[in-house]
Design a protein around this ligand. Sequence first.
Ligand SMILES: Cc1ncc(COP(=O)(O)O)c(C=O)c1O
Length: 401
Amino acid sequence: MGCGDFPILRQEVHGQPLCYLDNTATSQKPEAVLAAMDGYYRTTNANIHRGVYQLSEEATRLYEGARARIARFINAPLAREIIYTRNASEAINLVAATWGRANVGPGDAILYTAMEHHSNLVPWQMLAAERGATLRAIPVDAAGRLLLDHLDTLLAGVKIVAVTHMSNVLGTINPLQRIIAAAHRAGALVLVDAAQSVPHLPVDVQALDADFLAFSSHKMLGPTGIGCLYGRRALLEAMPPYQGGGDMIRRVTLDGFTVNDLPWKFEAGTPAIAEAIGLGAAVDYLSALGMDHVHAHEQTIIAYALAQLAGVPGLRVYGPPAAERGGVVAFSLGEIHPHDIASLLDQRGIAIRAGHHCCQPLMDLYDVPALARASFYVYSTPADVDRLVDGLTFVRGVFGA
Ligand SMILES: Cc1ncc(COP(=O)(O)O)c(C=O)c1O
């Protein structure tokens, strides 16, 4: 897996070849994705669904064809169980706002975890405040694993469990099958935040037995502006619509409306057509690589990264050993502020992220305001790790550490 397909990676930053290590935030895009979107605008641009002319029919075919390939990619039984949203955040908000308002009431509980991204915390906090429900969190231990010893107790009275498949800070890959089986035994549904897993691991919604699953295109080689919600057909059919507008209706009168079928019931207004086509091309690209290979590649890189980072004096890695995590590593370096680490690495063409990573409760748990984070993807190489380690030696030198 090389970087030849990714034009952005051919450039220099501050006179050095770009070393892009912020893939957890967003990924770069291969030529195939850029060409699919460019080709759509050059040859096929038209609004979808209601046109009876060739261009519109072709645009509709491309838009719906991408949905079918996305469904196969995560082994969803039906293409209509894939709802296009703006991103993973909107997919989670959709479930909280529609299923949540219809099914969660006073005295019910919502269970999430202490390692969730704000996108899988705040929508539930908004729902709980509105409906008088209570919130509970599965704790995280010092090594970055979920503490599941008291899971059955935590599940009492819970209507929905919202859990990340892979932490965007610790890299921890959570034992979802165990959590989902326990939740179902307790009568709760499960929403999986798969923003970090669908891009990096084989994900099979049927094998997981997930009720809902959310992810973003831009983290999996596709464009920004589009993401997906997978939901079981029976659940989606029973849920009220999310937003009102064109396409989500079957019939409108001056007195009211009837809703369209799945998936369009949840897709009000002109959608992100070029972006859906771009995401379809990203799915094709990842499918051709093979998600088993993508995962194996990242495991090799993260094992090498953890071994090399262990040799940097004063560096502390957060999260579990390589075998239990994906290709992301958050760290601190002595007393040096993560923003200083990231700015100094940038001078050497190395792009990492520093901050709270939209996981402030996790930062509170580890009693740090911020961490530095490097994250890898299909085009990352051991040479990128070597540049990071060299760069950190340079940072220590600047601070006399
Ligand atoms: C675990 C996790 N969940 C949710 C999100 C939100 O994704 P988006 O900003 O694309 O909606 C992210 C983004 O970093 C993430 O890492």
